[in-house]
Design a protein around this ligand. Structure first.
Ligand code: AMP
Ligand code: MG
Length: 397
């Protein structure tokens, strides 16, 4: 049997980073920058007012107080967005709004709260120091500065900065496009009536969600019956649109193992020393890497976590591609099959110090996985873990 680490390496080697692309900033949230962003202009782009008030020459109102206001004629009304260039003459004021361009000759802004707010002749009851309430051009960003770096994840604030700099598009590492296919003649889509012996399809829905949750795109998520011709036709239709194919089911030791029967040439089918998720496969079909996961829903999702999630995220340049791993104190006795790495569903307490397993080890108990917040990883050479032991935990939250 292949070890978990060996199969992790095989899968990771198949998943490749795509060439950078240019995307509109509105579509770039969560993507990783492929190139540094150098500011094409300064921010602010021009000296402007930090307050609603009056642009003045500071010396003109140096003596102003409540008892002896300074009265100045208001020569202009400057709203934010005014584009004509204005000159303030000493002994006058311009009414000015926050963000409006400071007129040439003005040295400060007196906030409206320190005035009577008049629009013809304003009475000013306080002084200002030169430069007060003025935002200087370039004090946030100087043109030519590297403001965002390649490898940085585009957050809302980073996108806001790009927009403020007038950049409508950014060069990014594109998302991986993942084709998810489930197989099984017993499967029907949720929302349609069930015949006896049929079950609702859950893996494609679950894995598509896991792919998106990992930051990648799902190109198609489909299911096919256990028929080699049908399966291969469906695969061929979609394979070239994808960077990665994930299938579920049809890889174990029974008859009607459609994935195994269809891809004997292209995929290496192996047993991995783990529980759940022993039957695995990896290869390349129609030039696209393919990972074949077992069909039991818990096996499928645990296999995605163990083999696919990290390299998928790493291929998109995402920092911290791995789930956080920690050790916590186990609050109960557990057994584990010797010779296999066991991944049990668990509940980690909010402080992250103690953990219990959650639900039975068998791989069809999806209910427990649905409310677990971690996986417990128990080594191959361990058959019993006593309460109070430290165990390795994968934080799934
Ligand atoms: P297989 O690996 O195809 O032998 O499937 C193992 C078990 O998982 C069987 O009980 C299947 O019915 C079940 N199963 C396989 N694929 C799915 C799926 N997409 N959704 C729900 N259950 C599935
Ligand atoms: Mg099947």
């Amino acid at each position: 049997m292949r070890s978990v680490e060996e199969h992790q390496s095989v899968v990771a080697a198949l998943i490749a980073t795509r060439e950078p692309v240019t995307v509109a900033i509105g579509d770039a949230l969560g993507l990783v920058l492929a190139a540094d962003v150098v500011a094409p202009l300064s921010l602010p782009g021009f000296d402007n007012s930090a307050m609603d008030g009056y642009a003045v020459v500071a010396e003109d109102i140096a003596e102003a107080s409540d008892d002896s206001p300074v009265r100045l004629p208001v020569a202009e009304d400057i709203f934010a967005g005014r584009t004509d260039s204005l000159v303030l003459h000493p002994g006058t004021a311009h009414r000015i709004m926050t963000g409006a361009p400071l007129p040439a000759g003005a040295t400060a802004v007196i906030p409206v709260e320190a005035t009577d707010g008049a629009t013809d002749t304003v009475s000013i009851m306080a002084g200002v120091t030169p430069g007060q309430h003025v935002r200087r051009a370039g004090e946030d960003v100087t043109a030519g500065t590297t403001v965002l770096q390649a490898g940085q994840v585009l957050t809302p604030a980073a996108l806001g900065l790009a927009a403020a700099l007038g950049l409508g598009e950014l060069n990014v590492v594109p998302r991986q496009r993942v084709l998810v296919m489930s197989t099984g003649s017993e499967l029907v889509a949720p929302g349609t009536p069930l015949q006896p012996g049929q079950i609702y399809e859950s893996n494609a829905v679950m894995l598509a969600a896991a792919v998106r949750d990992a930051g990648a795109d799902v190109v198609t998520s489909s299911m096919t019956e256990d028929d080699v011709a049908v399966f291969r036709a469906e695969l061929e239709t979609h394979a070239r649109d994808a960077d990665l194919i994930i299938t579920t089911g049809g890889v174990s030791a029974g008859a009607y193992e459609v994935v195994k029967d269809s891809l004997a040439e292209e995929v290496e089918f192996v047993k991995v020393a783990m529980q759940p998720g022993m039957p695995q496969g990896a290869g390349v079909v129609w030039e696209t890497p393919i990972i074949t996961l077992p069909g039991n829903p818990v096996s499928a999702l645990v296999s995605f976590e163990v083999f696919i999630r990290s390299p998928l995220r790493a291929a998109m340049g995402l920092p911290r591609p791995d789930r956080p791993r920690l050790t916590a104190t186990l609050l109960e006795d557990l057994t584990s099959p010797r010779g296999r790495r066991q991944f049990r569903r668990g509940v980690l307490d909010p402080s992250g110090t103690s953990v219990t397993s959650y639900g039975p080890p068998a791989s069809h108990h999806l209910r427990w996985l649905a409310s677990a917040n971690c996986l417990l990883e128990i080594d191959e050479d361990v058959a019993e873990v006593a309460a109070g032991s430290e165990v390795r935990v994968w934080d799934l939250t």
